[in-house]
Write a protein that binds this ligand. Structure first.
Ligand code: GUN
Length: 294
């Protein structure tokens, strides 16, 4: 069993990005600038956004954090998005999800100029991604594809089972895994979800399992075949008296049971998480360079 070290891989990619940004700066080019909008004080969202801001510094980017309280109105948020869309110094921005219930996430996502949508959540980017056109691909699926590539894990013709059908991970990663492509993809993909009846049978047939259900330790040892590749996307904050923060990040895979049967597996933390952040940095650099001519 080989551990897929997302932390180390993300570190390498950040160094590659930082080197490119140094060159851009030396040539008098524009410094990439990411803005993040954070509503409220949810512990998970605070942590994710602070990691994103820190990663910007490590890559040599500018970053701006814009905070609103929980009671911000949809109108106020839309006004800020309009400002960011029209701010020439901001190359890309994200609105951290989830948002309070009185705000329509879909309305907010669709208000973002798709050319600055470095999260890749806008329907234009989702549509382009699904038909294989250059675009901002959402960060977690992009990070998973990059990990598979950097570990030379062959996906062509393999049976990939995706657990979960969220717009952020399950659906887009299924699209990317099935995509006809010279780098990655070309897999036979099955998507299982909370209503799937024969989920265990499907998992037992899988060469690659991408677990993105948000159910701690859902995937058990008796659900996988020997030699399987397991990508664990779960990041549930489970209360723990063993850590300073009072919780521990728990994946969707029972690591102790599943890992001994795997050829490759990602740990939680230190697997997909750091790659998600670094994919956002790559998208921001692309936005700054206007890579995708729209
Ligand atoms: N909430 C959970 N994951 C994400 C993400 O990738 N981007 C944003 N904006 N919010 C999230």
């Amino acid at each position: 069993m080989q551990l897929i070290d997302g932390k180390e891989t993300a570190g390498q990619i950040k160094a590659e990005i930082a080197a490119e940004v140094s060159q851009i700066k030396a040539q008098g080019g524009k410094i990439p600038h990411l803005a993040a909008v954070l509503v409220g004080h949810d512990g998970g969202s605070e942590t994710y956004v602070s990691h994103k801001v820190k990663a910007c510094a490590e890559c040599g980017f500018k970053s701006t954090l814009i905070r609103f309280e929980d009671d911000v109105t949809e109108e106020e948020l839309l006004k800020k998005i309009h400002e960011l869309n029209n701010d020439d110094d901001i190359d890309g921005f994200i609105v951290q999800l989830p948002l309070p219930k009185h705000i329509s996430e879909q309305k907010i996502i669709e208000a973002i100029d798709y050319r600055k949508d470095v999260d890749g959540f806008h329907p234009i980017n989702v549509g382009k991604m699904s038909i294989g056109l250059p675009c901002f691909v959402s960060a977690t699926p992009a990070g998973i594809m990059e990990l598979l590539k950097r570990y030379h894990i062959d996906t062509k013709g393999k049976h990939c089972v995706v657990l979960g059908r969220s717009n952020i991970v399950g659906k887009p990663v299924a699209m990317l895994m099935m995509q006809k492509s010279d780098s990655g993809g070309n897999a036979t993909v099955t998507v299982c979800h909370s209503r799937s009846k024969n989920l265990k049978e499907m998992c037992l047939q899988a060469d690659i399992i991408i677990a993105a259900l948000g159910q701690p330790e859902f995937l058990k040892g008796d659900m996988v075949k020997p030699g399987v590749v397991v990508i664990d996307v779960g990041t549930t904050r489970v209360p723990s008296d063993k850590t300073k923060s009072g919780f521990k990040l728990t994946g969707d895979v029972n690591f102790e049971e599943v890992a001994p049967k795997c050829s490759y597996i990602t740990p939680v933390p230190g697997g997909v998480g750091p790659m998600t952040i670094v994919s956002l940095m790559k998208n921001t650099l692309s936005a700054s360079k206007k890579t995708f001519k729209n």
